[in-house]
Design a protein around this ligand. Structure first.
Ligand code: ATP
Ligand code: MG
Length: 578
């Protein structure tokens, strides 16, 4: 493609509302333009990258035995009422009425539509398993659309759904998708981790998120430092923290002692006031779980994990108590809660890490007062010891015991064993070998195709622009003609361009009458993996210049017999991404 015939509106500066690097570079490289909040137009260069991502996904899905379909964007409310999600889904679901006053929504996902499709078709176990997928535009009215393509309202997703007659079959379908996803993100040359997304992180897990590792990621994952020997990685919110060895020296601990701590409300204040380390202080958090007060005990420097506590208590609603409720249960203003002497708090949950010592500083449930030498086994009545905190750096890996490290990630894919959630509520059944009717066992598998493009750029960029990995690059090579008015230069550039095209490599030919500086800047900005630069001076000396975008390595190849040297250079560039 000639640059003069294509539409690549590059910009010197990114609009000021672009916060993250991928958003800035996508705008500056002329790949996308914003229509309105969270909604973007794909320009030619951007669309080429998006299509690359979609094609890689499509190939591996087909390989794994899934078949492509295309479902509608507009979905009737009736189906969503059947699954119970018309009420539950919340404001992300964009709802509207047609001229007959019937309710509809724009599809944020397609479980309802596909379950409706299959329940009309499937009768017998003989028709299963089936795996169907689509690559289609989704709409979610996100509360805070941001970071450009990363969290849009309209975005491109690949969603697949598997249907099985047996539990083993469903597990097999799940595993095959997990393998396909691993292949997909490997083929895209992305640095990623499959991450266990279940709460029970030990043992087999049937929900994985695929995370592209990048500093700017919204998610924090705890990953085993023994990678790739141990492949454990989990969303930090869901990463299990193993119990540590208990301190059994309780008999020797000193009697509990009250101390005055005027105006010391926070863990920091107490640590300073008593000159103790934060990890010797026990903090007591008061929460309300389905209307009942609960005390959660943690080491002073730890964070409560609401998801773990909620799962443990098996409640619908869990929230922090307000100051008035705190005073009611502790007889003191906020900041002096402790496990001994609470009023009307029947549930006291201690993080199992608190077992490691029997000598704590804690609130005394009295204004401006704390206690020292608290022994939880001796002085308090703990309802349950459990894992209720967030994992931190150096916690032991739940699989192999090696230290964990925390990394930032961008969720590009999510796979999930659904079971019979939708098939039961929507009555999608089949008749088994014994003539008995059963609900179909389902799985669902998503990839944020447009988010992949953004995540790829977050992971691959420098001060000059995008550094596309070849599999997602809009073009593999750019031929830059530095002097289109010079006949010899143009003849050479045309010839090299024709040669590369002839090899079936996608190539963009910068034939614009612009200053060399502008062409160099644009080539770096749009991030094409290999640059071939033809200029008058070097041509006179018998060579053309080259640059590999990833390493910024400059070189030259013979201007007369460039074929072999170009081929070798191209291979060298590819090998940098292996
Ligand atoms: P998130 O936690 O980021 O909101 P999700 O759990 O809602 O994601 P899924 O419903 O599993 O996401 O959707 C499948 C994939 O679609 C996600 O893994 C992600 O890559 C992509 N995706 C989800 N929401 C958006 C969005 N608002 N913009 C772009 N991509 C998205
Ligand atoms: Mg979401």
């Amino acid at each position: 493609m000639r640059w003069t015939r294509s539409y690549i509106p590059t910009l010197k500066e990114a609009p000021s509302d672009a916060e993250v690097i991928s958003h800035k570079l996508l705008l500056r490289a002329g790949m996308i333009r914003r229509l309105t909040s969270g909604i973007y137009t794909w320009l030619p260069l951007g669309l080429r990258a998006l299509n690359k991502a979609a094609d890689i996904v499509r190939k591996e899905m087909d390989e794994a035995g899934a078949q492509e379909i295309l479902m509608p964007t507009v979905q009737p409310a009736d189906l969503w009422s059947e699954s119970g999600r018309w009420e539950k889904y919340g404001k992300e679901l964009l709802r509207f009425k047609d001229r007959h006053e019937r309710d509809y929504c724009l599809g944020p996902t397609h479980e309802e539509v596909i379950t409706d499709l299959l329940r009309g078709e499937i009768r017998s176990y003989r028709q299963l398993p089936i795996n169907l997928y689509q690559i289609q535009t989704k709409f979610r009215d996100e509360i805070r659309p941001r970071f450009g393509l990363m969290r849009g309202r309209e975005f491109l997703m690949k969603d697949a759904y598997s249907f099985d007659s047996t539990d083993e079959g469903a597990d097999k379908s799940y595993m095959s998708m997990r393998d396909a996803y691993t292949q997909i993100f490997t083929n895209m040359a992305l640095n990623f981790r499959p991450v266990e997304a279940d709460s029970g992180a030990i043992g087999g897990s049937f929900s994985h998120e695929f995370m592209v590792l990048a500093e700017t990621g919204e998610d924090t994952i705890a990953a085993c430092t023994a990678w790739p020997k141990c492949s454990f990685a989990a969303n930090v919110e869901r990463c299990a923290v193993l119990p540590q060895k208990a301190d059994t020296s309780s008999a020797e601990s000193l009697p509990m002692l009250e101390v005055d701590t005027p105006h010391a409300h926070t863990v920091e204040d107490i640590a300073k006031f008593l000159s103790v380390n934060k990890n010797t202080i026990l903090k007591t958090l008061l929460l309300i779980a389905d209307g009942k007060p609960v005390a959660a005990l943690l080491r002073g420097d730890r964070e409560l994990n609401m998801i773990k506590l909620k799962n443990l208590l098996d409640v619908e609603e869990l929230d922090f108590a307000n100051p008035e409720q705190v005073t009611r249960h502790t007889n003191a203003p906020v900041g002096f809660a402790g496990p001994v002497g609470l009023h009307d708090v029947k549930l006291i949950i201690a993080d199992h890490e608190l077992n490691i010592t029997n000598d704590w500083v804690a609130g005394a449930n009295k204004k401006d007062t704390h206690v020292m030498h608290l022994n939880l086994h001796r002085d308090a009545s703990i309802t349950q010891w459990a894992d209720i905190r967030n994992a931190v750096e150096n916690d032991p890996c739940p699989h192999c015991g090696t230290a964990l490290e925390l990394k930032k990630g961008i969720e590009v894919g999510h796979i999930f064993k659904l079971g019979t959630k939708y098939s039961e509520s929507m009555k999608a059944v089949f008749v088994d070998e014994n003539g008995i009717e059963n609900p179909i066992i389902m799985g669902c598998y998503g990839i944020g195709v447009s988010r992949v493009v953004a995540a790829c750029i977050e992971q691959n960029n420098d001060a000059n622009g995008i550094i596309f990995p070849p599999p997602l690059a809009p073009y593999k090579v750019t031929v830059i003609n530095l002097d289109p008015k010079n006949e010899a230069v143009t003849a050479k550039a045309d010839a090299i361009y024709a040669y590369i095209k002839g090899k079936n490599l996608e190539v963009i030919y910068d034939d614009r009458e612009e200053r060399p500086g502008i062409k160099f800047k644009d080539a770096d900005l749009i991030g094409i993996p290999l640059q071939i630069i033809i200029g008058g001076k070097s041509l006179e000396k018998g060579f053309v210049e080259t640059k590999i975008r990833k390493s910024n390595e400059k070189g030259q190849i013979n201007a007369e017999n460039y074929e072999k040297e170009f081929d070798a250079l191209y291979e060298e560039m590819l090998s940098m991404w292996k």
